[in-house]
Write a protein that binds this ligand. Structure first.
Ligand code: GTR
Length: 324
């Protein structure tokens, strides 16, 4: 008896003396360490750790080592992962309102996308994400996406005919490629390089930094500027991780995410330029499509099909189009 009592009080004393255990957060990232998003995520992790005095210790896992994007979205939603940088492309399958951001040519340019996402419309997307277990704390840039392929430059929609393109996991992109006369194959990002190399697909579509960092430029040498998609990305925290935080910690985490987005957007602009120069120097043939409107005009049915299936989202589309 006496022994037990001494041992117990010893354990209690040790507990009181020990510093509180840090809350360790696992963060998902698809990109390699030197990518703008990755650098900004590391800054986010550091700022959170510093400002909470180590109460929260976020760690970023780069290169999709924690799984591909659709799986990671599920994991953040159910609290298996704490935070992530997600492109809104694959998000549409889970949070239908975010599909509006995946409509081809929905934004006039990246600047307009920023105005939309940083204002009240952006808040509507944040609310829709929050209802599905994802707290969007800030918005990253992802430039604009264009088609690239192994065969020939794309000048007109006719050049897409018969070609097989990898798209992100979202039915909207299948419709988009269909309307251009091509065949779409939804596929995980990590499988695209090999699939291009072995001819399983003829092409894909992405922004310059991803075309560069994924090495797709080595195997698909024709990059045709269509700028058909401008898709924002969130820095999201799991609701399961967020809700129990004190107000003080919520403020710290939110501020760190906003700082990370500022840094990311700056790094993004630099990286876009550097990646374009790099792929050109490596022999990539870049062409600007002469008549972007010809591509845009083909998207009428994509919008019509989408609005038919989601009549409640039509006003959101109109609000975005009306934003300067
Ligand atoms: C990148 C984006 C990634 C991922 C990837 C893809 O531009 O940053 O999150 O969505 O494209 O094509 O799968």
């Amino acid at each position: 008896m006496t022994f037990t009592r001494i041992a117990l009080s010893g354990a209690v004393a040790a507990l009181i003396a020990a510093p509180a255990l840090a809350d360790q957060w696992r963060g998902w990232n698809i990109h390699p360490e030197d990518y703008p998003n990755s650098i900004a995520l590391e800054s986010f992790a550091k700022e959170v750790a510093d400002k909470t005095g180590g109460r929260i210790e976020p760690e970023v896992y780069h290169n999709a080592v924690l799984g591909d994007q659709p799986d990671a979205i599920e994991q953040v939603r159910n609290g298996g992962l704490d935070f992530a940088n997600f492109n809104m492309g694959p998000m549409g399958q889970i949070v239908p309102a975010t599909n509006v951001l995946s409509l081809p040519f929905i934004f006039k340019d990246v600047e307009q996308m920023h105005h939309v996402m940083d204002g009240p419309i952006g808040q509507q997307f944040s609310d829709a994400l929050a209802a599905e277990g994802l707290v969007a704390l800030s918005w990253f840039d992802s430039g604009s996406r264009s088609f690239y392929n192994t065969k020939h430059p794309i000048e007109t929609p006719d050049d897409v005919k018969g070609m097989k393109f990898r798209v992100m996991n979202n039915d909207l992109y299948v419709d988009m490629v269909d309307q251009l006369g091509g065949n779409a194959t939804p596929m995980a990002y990590g499988e695209v390089y090999q699939s291009l190399k072995t001819g399983v697909i003829d092409g894909a579509e992405n922004n310059y930094p991803s075309y560069d960092s994924s090495n797709h430029f080595e195997v698909a040498k024709y990059y045709s500027i269509t700028n058909h998609l401008i898709i924002p990305e969130c820095l999201c925290v799991s609701t399961a991780t967020w809700d129990p935080l004190s107000d003080e910690d919520k403020a710290i985490v939110k501020e760190a995410a906003v700082h990370a987005a500022e840094e990311q957007r700056q790094l993004w602009a630099e990286r876009e330029k550097a990646s374009r120069e790099k792929v050109e120097a490596a022999g990539v043939e870049i062409n600007e499509v002469k008549d972007p409107k010809a591509f845009q005009d083909k998207m009428g049915p994509v919008y019509a099909n989408f609005i038919k299936a989601n009549p409640d989202l039509e006003s959101l589309i109109k609000d975005i189009q009306a934003t300067e």
